[in-house]
Write a protein that binds this ligand. Structure first.
Ligand SMILES: Cc1cc2nc3c(=O)[nH]c(=O)nc-3n(C[C@H](O)[C@H](O)[C@H](O)COP(=O)(O)OP(=O)(O)OC[C@H]3O[C@@H](n4cnc5c(N)ncnc54)[C@H](O)[C@@H]3O)c2cc1C
Length: 468
């Protein structure tokens, strides 16, 4: 149940700012609002904040950071914005892309310098369609570390966090201003809080099977790999409020989830020169377009699965990821001294696998594109033993949502904006265009951290400043 109702006569409490959701977006919003002198109340349905943020690799793209400069990486917000738009086929609002690209570097440095998040920039492999090394990660390369550090920062700042509490109702006046919210605690008790401003940071609708079937039919039967609490309240409230909703068919898929282990296998295994074959031992596309669109490609193969095949050098690059190490520990990685032995372990025809591998080797040697248009870097000399992981395609998170302006205010369907309603992260429409193929790696946490920070700051301007 997600409702929009007229305001009650009284609220149980009145606060300047409510933030719904304590993922990366909600916690960044809380930190920036608090810095602006406003005490936000963050309401989170789980007992301990985790969200899809905790399930992610925690990698955030940003351009022009000091972490890049320290490694001699030349990059700029303009180049980053161009990469985002190119991947999204030019389908994004350029003003939002420009705002996000320009604020990403300062956001990473803000989290590092003000809150001590020890980012560094990955420079030993690159993600599809990024024209510079700009993916910033924490030491474990895991989103669990990111959310734990953000929560610790919020707690240390004294931000009020109400957990085990699900917001299901928004209250609006006849003037369209948000007056407050109602939430239900784990024990069933209800509470109403009035607020001067509201930030929706409750992510998208990946966990709502009915909405996925309606809005993203190609992933209706896919494994959902995101947080179950992403139930699409922002879309439901947006529909009831008359908000503009955008890019509802966009999503981040992933074509490399180890099955049946259900562990993400980093796309580094492909970008470093590995290939994907189906159960017939045959490649089926240029895998390097992006892992997001590859989810549907893999699901179209027999049995809805594929095999990632790569060598030992690539496995060593992938081992920097905790997920990959867990997949290996969990027995997802098949290893063999020769390709023929590997094919036998995979139960695919050895001749077909050998042909595919030979074609990749040939293209690498002569620099030519293969039959799908993929080129392999000559530096990628293959070194045995050989490895394979059985994978499937999954839905990670949705990218459509509430359309916002550059100050993260939610737009009205009929024009204009809601004066005191903001959206960030997966609750807002992202910068991934209209389909899975528009997703540039890192767009998820990019929109969560950057828009979250902007939303907190913008919402704080609307509220009475607390004197400290
Ligand atoms: C496996 C996986 C790997 C990924 N890897 C990356 C990556 O490396 N880089 C990247 O950029 N992106 C990645 N993503 C995407 C990224 O995780 C998300 O885009 C990002 O975490 C969204 O942040 P958020 O704060 O909007 O949402 P979330 O982190 O999901 O937080 C939303 C919070 O709101 C709470 N909530 C929801 N509804 C309510 C309600 N009604 N009342 C109260 N609370 C509510 C939820 O419980 C949740 O805690 C990955 C996603 C997955 C699933």
């Amino acid at each position: 149940m997600s409702r929009v109702l007229p305001p009650p006569e009284t609220f149980d409490a009145q606060v300047p700012l409510v933030i719904v959701g304590a993922g990366a977006a909600g916690l960044c919003a809380a930190l920036s609002a608090h810095e602006a002198g406003v005490e936000p109340v963050v309401i989170e349905r789980d007992a301990v904040p985790s969200g899809s943020t905790a399930l992610s690799a925690g990698l955030i793209p940003a351009a022009g950071t000091r972490f890049q400069r320290d490694k001699g990486i030349a990059d700029s917000a303009e180049l980053f914005a161009a990469d985002i738009q190119r991947k999204a086929h030019g389908e994004n609002d350029p003003a939002i892309v420009e705002t996000i690209a320009r604020n990403a570097g300062p956001t990473i440095e803000w989290l590092a310098d003000r809150y001590g998040l020890p980012f560094d920039v990955i420079d030993n492999f690159n993600y599809p369609s990024h024209s510079a090394f700009r993916m910033h990660g924490l030491p474990t390369r895991s989103g669990a570390e990111l959310i734990d550090r953000l929560r610790a920062a919020a707690e240390a700042s004294g931000v009020t966090l109400l957990t085990d509490s699900r917001v299901d109702t928004l209250f609006t006046g006849t003037d369209g201003r948000i007056r407050g919210i109602e939430f239900v605690r784990g024990d069933g008790t209800r509470e109403r809080i009035g607020c001067d401003a509201l930030v929706l940071a409750c992510n998208g609708y990946g966990g709502n099977a009915a909405l996925v079937r309606e809005l993203i039919p190609e992933m209706a039967d896919a494994l959902y790999f995101g947080h179950p609490g992403n139930q699409g309240e922002a879309v439901a409230w947006g529909r009831a409020l008359g908000a503009e909703l955008a890019h509802l068919g966009a999503y981040q898929g992933h074509g490399s989830v180890a099955t049946p282990h259900n562990i993400l296998v980093t796309w580094a295994v492909i970008m470093e020169g590995g290939i994907q074959v189906n159960t017939e031992g045959r490649r089926f596309c240029d895998e390097t377009h992006g892992y997001s669109e590859q989810a549907a490609e893999v699901l179209r193969q027999p049995g809805g699965i594929a095999w990632n095949v790569f060598d030992d050098r690539i496995a060593n690059v992938a081992r920097q990821f905790e997920d990959f190490r867990n997949a290996e520990k969990g027995g997802a990685l098949l290893t063999a001294a020769s390709l023929d032995d590997l094919a036998a372990r995979m139960h695919v025809p050895a001749a077909a696998l050998r042909e595919e591998w030979d074609e990749a080797e040939r293209c690498k040697a002569n620099g030519a594109a293969d039959r799908f248009g993929r080129t392999f870097a000559a530096s990628h000399a293959f070194v045995g033993p050989w490895h394979a992981v059985k994978v499937t395609g999954a839905l990670f998170h949705t990218q459509g949502g509430l359309a916002i302006d550059t100050a993260t205010r939610v737009k009205r369907h009929r024009g204009g904006v809601f004066a005191n309603l903001f959206a960030a992260g997966g609750a807002a429409s992202g910068v991934s265009g209209e389909t899975a193929s528009g997703y540039l790696s890192g767009n998820g946490l990019l929109a969560a951290t950057v828009l979250g920070r902007l939303a907190g700051k913008a919402a704080a301007f609307l509220t009475p400043i607390k004197v400290r």
